[in-house]
Design a protein around this ligand. Structure first.
Ligand SMILES: Nc1ncnc2c1ncn2[C@@H]1O[C@H](COP(=O)(O)OP(=O)(O)OP(=O)(O)O)[C@@H](O)[C@H]1O
Length: 282
């Protein structure tokens, strides 16, 4: 292929603070429905993985399992004895997981009654907590907005604060659930570049759920497609970084992945789930 010359290996060869993720035979049921039906997913330390798939295919559910926000089971056919749930995620004891994993959502989820700096420092301990929060704020380009209230910021700026708040905890795994979904096209591209830069400097493992295949190709070392509760495509993106959307090899990968997503059957509409049990979110 003529485009091979511009390709490089994944940018995960350097020092990394990231954790590996090893899931084997992950099953998630809602009632009698298996939303995730035996997912095998191995992510290398420091890797940037993107998850794509039709609406309702289980992307967010998988992320919530990784975040420790959902219970899950293991397929009895998976290799080895039935492990205790936490053992499916390498390197974590459940208590440890809270500090090692951070999630960023589509909405920034800032506390409106706290200033920007205090939102970032929330939950941080030690004498240098505010200094760390300020350093992160500078890294996301908002050094001069520390004393603003969240309401004084634009949507993109609030997402920058949310990113700083996640990274101030030095996560080894950062989970990104459509974090840029509500932003305009230009802000999205700027934020993608910021996330990529922070990933390179901080060295966390990143898992991005996105509807936007172009975003997945721009950022990920690997793209997986979820279909019928399973991973049906697992494709490396071997393009040099930062990636240029205008290049033919970029467009070729984007088109191939998009074609594959579009071939997958639409997820059937689900009736509203019956609420049978309550559980407080962690
Ligand atoms: N708490 C719940 N109870 C019952 N069913 C649920 C629950 N949460 C999710 N589901 C169902 O599980 C399936 C997967 O949902 P999920 O949110 O993971 O999909 P998704 O791929 O992230 O979708 P989208 O791209 O639209 O955000 C959907 O059919 C959804 O209705």
């Amino acid at each position: 292929m003529a485009t091979q010359a511009a390709e490089t290996g994944p940018a995960t060869g350097g020092a990394t603070n990231g954790t590996a993720v090893n899931l084997a035979g992950l099953v998630k049921r809602f009632g009698s429905r298996r939303v995730l039906d035996g997912v095998d997913l191995h992510i290398a330390p420091g890797e940037f993985l993107a998850i794509v798939g039709r609406s309702g295919c289980g992307k967010s559910t998988l992320l919530r399992v990784l975040a420790g926000l959902e219970s899950f089971e293991r397929d009895a056919r998976a290799a080895g004895p039935l492990a205790p749930p936490a053992a499916l995620i390498d390197g974590f004891a459940p208590a440890e997981r809270r500090d090692s994993v951070r999630v960023m959502f589509q909405e920034p989820r800032l506390l409106p009654w706290k200033r920007v700096i205090d939102n970032i420092a929330l939950g941080l301990e030690g004498p240098d907590a505010r200094d760390r929060a300020r350093a992160l704020l500078a890294e996301v380009g908002l050094a001069d907005r520390a004393d603003d209230w969240p309401a004084q910021l634009s949507g993109g700026q609030r997402q920058r604060v949310a990113l700083a708040r996640a990274l101030v905890h030095r996560p080894r795994l950062l989970l990104l659930d459509e974090p840029l979904g509500a932003l305009d096209a230009l802000t999205r591209i700027e934020m993608q570049a910021l996330i990529e830069n922070l990933w390179r400097t901080h060295g966390f493992t990143a898992v991005l759920v996105t509807h936007d295949v172009q975003e997945a190709v721009a950022l990920a070392d690997r793209i997986v497609l979820i279909e019928d509760g399973r991973i049906t495509l697992d494709r490396e993106v071997r393009l040099a970084r930062p990636r240029s959307r205008g290049r033919p090899e970029f467009a070729a990968i984007e088109e191939a992945v998009l074609d594959r997503v579009l071939q997958t059957p639409r997820q059937p509409e689900q009736p509203e789930p019956e609420v049978t049990a309550f559980r407080w979110a962690v």
